[in-house]
Design a binder for this molecule. Sequence first.
Ligand code: GLU
Length: 354
Amino acid sequence: MKTKIFRQFFSLFLFAAFISINAQIKPTIYVLATGGTIAGQGATAVASGYKPGTITVDQLLSAVPSIKDIADIKAEQVANIGSQDMNDEVWLKLSKRVNELVSQKDVDGIVITHGTDTQEETAYFLNLTVKSNKPVVLVGSMRPSTAISADGPRNIYNAVACAVAKESIGKGVMVVMDDRILGADDIAKTHTLSVGTFENPNFGHLGIMYNGKPVYTREPVKKHTTASEFDITNLNKLPRVEIILSYSNATSLFVDAAVKAGAKGIVTAGVGNGNITTEIQNALADAVKKSGVAVVRSSRILSGPTTQWDEIDDDKYGFSTSWYVNPYRSRVLLMLALTKTTDYKEIQRMFTEY
Ligand code: GLU
């Protein structure tokens, strides 16, 4: 009888120990900080002026103590800049560090704090160069950490909650802001001040964060991460690609300057369906023929594809078109494309796949 009671007591003890160990094992999330408004400080709680990239990652995280309930957080400061100063060097460093971390068994996901100005470019760069299906989530804020109703702490909580969720695996790189989850395949900043600035203008957002959990309503449609053919492991720099804007009376001035400066690629932010003035078109045709520059036509319009062969005979000039990739992300894709090929048809394939 005594042995039976002892056995029952012992199994109960083992069961309780198992439950409590499990309750303590939380996913490990690395927060990599790069700066931006989310790490910015203003003079007062209502001041519109502030300096981005002034507080450290530890100060940032101390505003959201509750994330410790959902994840084991490890923090690293990769940079501390306004994202208008984001550059190839930080991109390569960031992507290499993310790849190192996600290859570790004990890392479950990555959250990257980043200024919103160029967040769409970094998100897309990582979407094409991170080789893992573990969640990688970028997050920023539109209000500095010192503002009334600063949006940073809520966004960080949501980003971590998104990164720990099993449903977030395999979705490619995402941006979480203002309770929404946005895919890096179609990300665009659409408002200079609003906390809901990010949109997926062509495909719609991936889902929402609701009560600290992701609710997905679509899958990313373009190739990303583990399916991407781009590998930056051994790269220390990226090919130079410039963006040339179109507007009425636009001349070939900036095309000529870009070619002279040694650009390997030019993306046009054309009018309408990627149209460009005749003068720019002729200058670009020359750039392809005489200097071997790769040209991708994109559009300054927020949504819709830039399609081939509508008003411009792209094959005649050796141009590619960007389809749904906006000029800023087209620059990223063309830089990566040029690490593999200069053939405009091959570049065109990439723009339809990524
Ligand atoms: N220029 C800053 C940056 O991109 C402010 C924009 C923001 O973070 O919201 O870092």
